[in-house]
Design a protein around this ligand. Structure first.
Ligand code: KIV
Length: 289
């Protein structure tokens, strides 16, 4: 079978999304849609909706696994999520977040962990922080592993930042973030997440780069946008960050459904005769309308 791909225009809902296709999208001025997913069910919904890029984010830690921050999530937990998401997706580009501790110790360590993600089905990995990551990004790229950068508010550095704070507000910080972006592009990253920064800075970085930027809390001028699955669907609890738009209130819908189920079980209305095999009709009470 030939490995030569077809045209790489990567129009919504059509061809497989690739690193080069995403660059073409930027050139054409077509916005890129991205969301996180952590399991096959979630991935299959994103896939059906035509989302371009699925990130198995390390936000798995604090949105689904119950950890306080993204720091504790392990390689095993992330690999398991990547395998599940892979089973539910095909057209979207699948990016795996390298968890804290999986790429800090040495380039050799990082390479081995990134290889594990690609073997699990990811098509690229994401690493946080700026120019200091350029040598690692270049090494991964040289070994055939596409890398997405992530600058601005980088949650793995929560203790360095002194909390989850918008970055790049001061002119010298803004300049540093622009330099970070340029250094990462030079090192070969195929795309860059811009998180938690003033919209004007994100626009400036986006304009200075040939690679596409994907924003989260970085305004509307990025080449694409990403949100966390549970935030967009209104499944999360707690304070909603300013940049999150909830497109549904699934938590309250789920709560209502589960409470109804519990009530029906307790009152003997579930299962009904029609939901029972070899049923004894007289045993069932019809639920009043
Ligand atoms: O882990 C994550 O969810 C992220 C974001 C960019 C959404 O890194």
């Amino acid at each position: 079978m030939s490995h030569l791909a077809g045209p790489e225009n990567n129009h919504p809902g059509k061809d497989k999304v690739t690193t080069t296709g995403l660059k073409t999208r930027k050139l054409a001025g077509e916005k890129i849609t991205a969301l996180t997913a952590f399991d096959c069910l979630g991935a299959s919904i994103l896939e059906e909706a035509g989302v371009d890029l699925i990130l198995v984010g390390d936000s798995l830690a604090n949105t689904s696994l119950g950890y306080e921050t993204t720091l504790p999530v392990s390689m095993e937990e992330m690999l398991s999520a990547v395998r599940a998401v892979k089973r539910g997706s095909s057209r979207a580009m699948l990016v795996a977040d390298m968890p804290f501790g999986s790429y800090q110790a040495s380039i050799e360590d990082a390479l081995a962990n990134a290889v594990a993600f690609l073997k699990a089905g990811a098509e690229a990995v994401k690493i946080e922080r700026g120019a200091s990551r350029a040598p690692l990004a270049a090494e991964l790229d040289a070994n055939g592993i596409p890398v997405m950068g992530h600058i601005g508010l980088t949650p793995q550095s929560v203790h360095v930042m002194g909390g989850y704070k918008v970055q790049g507000k001061e002119p010298e910080d803004a300049r540093r973030l622009l330099d970070d972006a340029l250094a990462l592009e030079e090192a070969g990253v195929f795309s860059l997440v811009l998180e938690g920064m003033p919209a004007a800075l994100a626009a400036r970085i986006t304009g200075a780069l040939e690679i596409p930027t994907i924003g989260i809390g970085a305004g509307s001028d990025c080449d694409g946008q990403i949100l966390v699955f549970s935030d967009l669907l209104g499944l999360s609890v707690g304070k909603k960050p300013k940049f999150v738009r909830q497109y549904a209130q699934l938590r309250s819908i789920a709560l209502e459904a589960i409470e109804s189920y519990c009530r029906d079980v307790r009152e003997g209305y579930f299962p009904s005769a029609s939901e029972t095999y070899g049923n004894i009709p007289e045993k069932h009470t019809e639920k009043p309308a």
